[in-house]
Design a protein around this ligand. Structure first.
Ligand code: CP
Ligand code: NVA
Length: 307
């Protein structure tokens, strides 16, 4: 069977709802899956630091019966040591059954996917973070019971996490409000594509630059760091630009009383979110982090079982 990649959420658009359900099923199995990926190796290449992605992928493949290899990109021959991405992808595909890649540049990620003959799964690049978005949808389904008629408000920087959330909400038929400063909106092409997908699924992509308006009737408030890895914006500048987009008690009061609060982590307490909210009763942030494990098991199983 031809290999498939998960580099953009849109790569698995048709299977997204079943991936969410599979993740929930695997979570209920509590690690007893009968080793469906026995003998399979996942290589994990990191160009940037990670806590959740590294650990959850390692545990996920191990609990499915396989094995993970952690690779620090700066210690490879690729890139600075001048071996091409194309050759690296071809060679690695002769050794392993799947590759998870955390890259700075989505063009490198795309090239890796093009030349690898085994599945390539994004562990984040500057354009998207698809596995995070899958874990987010799993969390929303668990906490809110479904997606139709629900409204997620994303506040802050229109970054990789926002881009993948746009696709994921549109695919699941959930409204998404993008509440970002005009100079830090998500990728325009993804906004447009997500709007089309949302329309097909009976939901909407809405844009607002007014946090207090945007949060009215919200079922989910979601934020992420104001300065992503690889972004050279000085923190003081980001604080000025994004301050009014901070998730705090005042904004949370405007949302529905049942509203949940999400953050992909790592969080910068006192910047994009206050400690009171992150540790408060409406926060589902640590369940969301756990769901990376279950979501990625669903992805690994689906893409690697036939390799
Ligand atoms: N959310 C997330 O991807 O976290 P890490 O950077 O720790 O992997
Ligand atoms: N937007 C953040 C997500 C970290 C998981 C970043 O790219 O650094």
């Amino acid at each position: 069977m031809a290999k498939r990649d998960l580099i953009s959420v849109s790569d698995m658009e048709d299977e997204w709802p079943s991936l969410v359900d599979l993740a929930i099923k695997l979570k209920a199995e509590r690690g007893n899956h009968g080793d469906p990926l026995k003998g399979k190796t996942l290589a994990m290449i990191f160009e940037k630091p990670s806590t959740r992605t590294r650990i959850s992928f390692d545990v996920a493949i191990t609990e499915l019966g396989g094995h993970a290899l952690y690779i620090d990109e700066s210690k490879m021959q690729m890139g600075v040591h001048s071996e091409t991405v194309e050759d690296t992808a071809r060679v690695m595909s002769r050794f392993v059954h799947g590759i998870m890649y955390r890259a700075f540049d989505y063009k490198m990620m795309d090239k890796f996917g093009e030349f690898a003959t085994v599945p390539v799964i994004s562990g984040l690049d500057n354009l998207e973070h698809p596995c995070q978005a899958l874990a987010d949808m799993v969390t929303i389904k668990e906490k809110l019971g479904g997606f139709r008629g629900k409204r997620l408000v994303y506040l802050g920087d229109g970054n990789n996490v926002a881009n993948s959330l746009l696709y994921a909400c549109a695919i699941m038929g959930m409204d998404i409000v993008i509440c970002c400063p005009a100079v830090r909106m998500p990728n325009a092409e993804i906004m447009w594509k997500a709007s089309n997908i949302a329309q097909k699924n009976g939901s909407k992509v809405i844009v607002s630059h007014e946090p207090k308006d945007a949060c009215i009737d919200a079922d989910v408030l979601y934020t992420d760091t104001w300065v992503s890895m690889g972004d050279s914006t000085p923190v003081e500048e980001a604080i000025k630009l994004f301050q009014e987009y901070q998730i705090n008690d005042d904004l949370l009061k405007i949302a529905k009383p049942t509203c949940i609060v999400m953050h992909c982590l790592p969080a910068h307490r006192g910047q994009e979110i206050t400690p009171e909210v992150i540790d408060g009763p409406q926060s589902v942030i640590f369940d969301q982090a756990e769901n990376r494990l279950h979501a990625q098991k669903a992805v690994l199983y689906t893409l690697m079982k036939d390799q």
